[in-house]
Design a protein around this ligand. Sequence first.
Ligand SMILES: Cc1ncc(COP(=O)(O)O)c(C=O)c1O
Length: 389
Amino acid sequence: MGTPTYIYSARAVRDSYRAIDDAFAAYPHAIHYALKANSTLAIARLLRSLGSRADANSGGEIRVAQRAGFEARDIVFTGVGKTRDELEYAIAEGVGTINAESAGELDRIAAIARAQGTVARVAVRVNPDIDPKSHPHVSTGLKTNKFGVPLQEARGIYRARRETTGLQFVGVHIHIGSQITTLEPLRRAAAALTSLALELRDDGFVLEHVDLGGGLGIAYEGRPMINPVDYAGAVIPELRRIGAPVVLEPGRAVVGYSGALVARVVDTKCFPDGRTFAVLDAGMGELIRPALYGSFHRIVPVARRAGADSAWDVVGPICESSDVFARDRMLPPLQVDDLVAILDAGAYGSVMGSNYNRHLLPAEVLVDEGKWAVIRRRQTLEDVLALES
Ligand SMILES: Cc1ncc(COP(=O)(O)O)c(C=O)c1O
């Protein structure tokens, strides 16, 4: 397929999905895979075939979910800054739940639903001011973040709109961040969600579910980490206080491990101070996480050359000094034309791709039971220029 190419393992997706599903077996739950992590159609279809429902973050993701075969009623629609067009589409299609981000958005939803002569099923996303102890750029439940409504205002927002025509309150929603690697923030989020749901039940709201969002991290460094069983063990005791089914929106934990970005070494060079660079044909245009969050990805040569490991700066071809995958990474000898695999790139990889420097989006391949198929062909310059006059 040439390089750079994303290669995904269907088995890894299945294993990760089932690990979460099994961990929550003792509690009524629905997994709504967060499409934002990877919405390539074949990946979305694979998740659907496993029984997953969907979490969409935009009108585009709703349409992709539908294209992949998800029913509108099996989609939760979350996302800060939903446009009128997106809301009109979601309401007309009858998405399962719209997780509203503000009182104003609830009122806009109500007005659109009334205009369409229908009732929108809604929840309010609450911001509990809980530190997920993750990277600041993937924290979403702090009071300095833009997401949701302050927890202390949520009950009032529900109460004030209890009789609003066009709205049916079916749940409450929380999502405090991503790549969460400790249990306490997740437990606290579940506790805050449950406490609010109990208050709303006292107020007479009939909630069909509580939505705990996503956030479970993965072991990018290859070291032991909290797993779905630990996660379920931390949050289920809190959820039992309300007993309502829980909606889970995992993204990274479902697809993160499944993907490798395979790239070719196009140049090597050594500076007088001894710093040695391996320049790849993949960079921040294919996988921006290291440049965006300083994220760690394991990097392995596809075929290991004999010789001692030494420190390499593994960088991309993009004209930005932040286009770096790793600094001082101990790796075996590398030569021009060698292939390297950047591991655990299945989530927030291809979905964040860009054409910066007029690089073309990579091909994507899905491996399943010893067979492989191209699930997205490599972009061509003609694809890109087709948009331009
Ligand atoms: C509302 C919501 N749900 C689910 C997710 C998925 O999170 P993760 O991939 O960390 O599981 C996100 C991502 O940040 C999100 O914003």
